[in-house]
Design a protein around this ligand. Structure first.
Ligand SMILES: [Zn+2]
Ligand SMILES: [Zn+2]
Length: 172
């Protein structure tokens, strides 16, 4: 998962908005806010421009981050509009942080029909192909290493196979 591949999910609209935000904020800061503020107006002109160019990266990075959440949530088959709005409207970046804590794992592809499906699914919703081992009794997904189903307690097929292998008569 290289950074180059990850940035590809950022929609073009977000990239354009980030550039506009950068120049809009930089010009506003350098032309108006920095010369008028008592704290920064005594800086030399070069320092004022450098400060404005640096400070303007913050809103631009924020816009790119929102674009990334939109594209990444869509790629993970999550509610990408809802998550983008939460990231925008929950203050202090808490929506952004929540997204990265709660995001779903990347979808996997059905080996039978190629549809993108959630990695937690036991069967493909498009073609019903089995995607993971399931409990023989309740059909919920189980892990390869589990001997019993966590949902109904039934012995899994893997455990039955392991028992059959160990119970086989040993050569004398
Ligand atoms: Zn399928
Ligand atoms: Zn079960």
């Amino acid at each position: 998962m290289r950074l180059r591949d990850e940035t590809r999910v950022i929609p073009i609209v977000a990239r354009v908005l980030a550039v506009l935000a950068y120049f809009g904020v930089a010009i506003g800061l350098i032309a108006i806010a920095i010369p008028q503020s008592r704290d920064t107006s005594m800086l030399p002109k070069g320092g004022q421009i450098a400060l404005g160019l640096f400070a303007a990266t913050i809103p631009a990075i924020y816009v790119l981050l929102l674009g990334y959440i939109h594209g990444d949530a869509r790629r993970r088959r999550m509610r990408h509009i809802v998550w983008t709005l939460l990231a925008i409207f929950i203050p202090n970046l808490i929506g952004v942080i929540l997204y990265f804590i709660l995001r779903d794992p990347m979808p996997v592809f059905c080996p039978s029909c190629g549809a993108a499906v959630k990695s937690t699914y036991a069967f493909c919703p498009q073609c019903a192909a089995a995607l993971r081992p399931t409990c023989p009794q309740c059909k919920r997904p189980v892990e390869h290493t589990w001997s019993h189903c966590p949902n109904c307690g039934a012995v899994t097929l893997m455990a039955k196979q392991a028992a059959a292998t160990t119970a086989a008569p040993q050569p004398l």
